[in-house]
Design a protein around this ligand. Sequence first.
Ligand code: ZN
Length: 442
Amino acid sequence: MGGIRNIIAGIFCCVLLVFSLQAQDSARLREDIRILSADCFYGRGNAYQGEKLAAEWIRNELKALPHLRPMGENGFQKYAFNAFRMEGEVVLKVEEWELNPFTDYRIAPFSQTTQKENVPIVKVDASLLMDTARMENFLMKYWTSIKRSVVYIDGVQWKNDKKYSKESIQKVLQSLQYQNPFQSIGIMVGVDELPVWGLSNTDFERNYALLYVLRRQLPKKCKKMTLSFSNEFYKKETQNICFAIDGAVHPDEFVVFTAHYDHLGCMGDSVIFHGAHDNASGTATVMDFARYYSEHQPAYTTVFLLFSGEESGLRGSKNFVRNPLIPLDKIKMLINLDMFCGGDDGIMVVNSTQGKTKEMVDMMDTINATKHYVTAIKRRANAANSDHYYFTKHCPAIFIYTLGGKYGGYHNYTDTCENCGLNNYSAMFALILETLQQYLHN
Ligand SMILES: [Zn+2]
């Protein structure tokens, strides 16, 4: 019985293997995206070493490909930056009412660890923040009680107050991310729409917690709260992943594929940000190009760079440009992929309006006009919105992302593998490959 079962299992595995050996197959791509966005990598961020575990997995996958050679320290380029990691239980109770993390409230990722029960809530009129003299008076009068409280600001009421412009409110709200004018334990802002969770401004420590809460989820009576979460500020040791295949004709000139493999990690144990579209998809695509070239030796040395630290401000790519493992002025073309699922409405090419990159995207247009790989190829001027950016000062570099189609929410736990449409993947892969071949031949 067992024997037969083993044989059947063996045949099944072989079928799977043959299937997965076909490069650019979207089933193989989905499998890589599924693994990269799985719970076991904790959103490829700081919590529970998720990013590090993902890096090890990617390195092993690339090491297994024939003809690929690791660059740097065994395929890693190590560097470090300051970061936060939010691990463990996250609790917010207002009076006896427990709110749902992430869907009802979001703790800013730079918030100081807070473990407090029954903290008084002090409601403060938002206009105070616009009036230095009144603010000073207020603080002098209530100093001792404020510093043991959480200040509540009704952002919805404030937004609807015609006295203040949207811009001025935005500016003041923004400033709360850098300092707490109340010197309270924390600041809680009531909103009608929760802000996107992201890792900007996480490079220095604060001595307060900042949280945003849906005002409609707050109970009428709102005098005491329990807030508990842990968020450690630490020096994060991290790594870019760097591999190459030597070129058959031009070993000293380079084509580079890049993508960031990091994502947002977790908001404690309450939420894992899976980051399937952003950017397991780009990572898996770069791995797929590596698989392709490992079977078809390229004319130019082809380099595969998977960066960490993108979500914290393009740190990995910035570090690589400062400490390049190849001469940057010998890069013929760099293609960065970030958010590569979906694509029913085509693709956007960033930094494609002038120079060498324009030339290449013109070729892409011509190819697409006869082969109809994608619905549309749109162009944008350069922007610091992904890892191509720091390279653009040294070599031709573009950033491609998809338009339309199916993918989960942006910077949300709903960005999962199941929500990723890969129906345009093979065509997009073919378009890039063909364009690059033509561009390099000219
Ligand atoms: Zn991204």
